[in-house]
Design a protein around this ligand. Structure first.
Ligand code: MN
Length: 245
């Protein structure tokens, strides 16, 4: 029997839809499905854990997926919040920044998606464009209404650095991606390398060179992997690295 690696997926705090709205921890089902379909054992990580419990949990994991979600508190990277900032969650920021730093330091296989990519950059000292549409008005559209545009619809191309982990995984110098982010990487952390960009120059993927597997993508491969094989390889690559780790 082959060893199935245990992959932590970051969750967030929400509330039960009916009164009395009991607090919940949750994550997107698509992340869980993608890890299971790639051969991993998915577990949801609660952002409310104490630092000690979080570290003890991380030490049991073979790999980590930092999921999408609301914005990171801009004061963490030294900026005043832009009016479009939404979904701030102090506990989630604290937990995920610690997880990203831990994965970077321990060579733990790490796949970051959307907010997760922004977390990795901020955790290692980078900063963010707080709102692409207002701060870079010449940029392409990167945010769509999810009730109008299906999540699995690709909306822009990316250019991929072939001399990178992402380049190896997609096995091409280009790809088509979906896009629902209103923020992007501004100052890239010294430890990171940009490995994909949109036609307008917006950063779409980052990596830690020399790490066994530390990749962040700004798009949502969890909605594409069952129709685009190169996107399935982001998840199977994480699982393969976690098996070797
Ligand atoms: Mn985009």
């Amino acid at each position: 029997m082959s060893h199935q690696p245990l992959i932590g997926i970051t969750g967030f705090e929400t509330a039960f839809p009916q009164p009395p709205h009991a607090p919940l921890y949750a994550t997107g089902q698509r992340y869980v499905r993608a890890i299971e379909d790639a051969g991993g054992l998915p577990v949801i990580l609660s952002p409310g854990l104490s630092n000690d419990t979080l570290l003890a949990t991380l030490e049991r994991l073979d790999g980590l997926l930092l999921s999408g979600g609301g914005d990171i508190d801009p004061t963490i990277y030294g900026e005043e919040p832009h009016p479009t900032i939404w979904g701030l969650d102090m506990n989630r920021d604290r937990a995920e920044l610690a997880m990203a730093q831990w994965a970077a330091q321990t060579q733990k296989p790490l796949l970051c998606i959307c907010r997760g990519t922004q977390v990795l950059n901020v955790a290692l000292g980078g900063s963010l464009v707080q709102d692409i549409e207002t701060m870079q008005p010449k940029a392409l559209r990167h945010m769509y209404d999810q009730e109008v545009t299906p999540r699995e619809q690709v909306t822009h191309s990316i250019t991929v650095d072939t001399d990178s982990l992402l380049g190896e995984l997609v096995n091409s110098n280009a790809a088509q991606v979906n896009s629902w982010h209103h923020q992007a990487i501004k100052r890239i952390a010294a430890e990171l390398k940009v490995v994909a960009t949109a036609p307008d120059g917006v950063v779409e993927a980052i990596e830690i060179p020399g790490h066994r597997f530390a990749l962040g993508v700004q798009w949502h491969p969890e909605w594409l992997y069952d129709r685009q094989p190169e996107m399935a390889r982001l998840f199977s690559g994480l699982i393969a690295a976690a098996k070797r780790a």
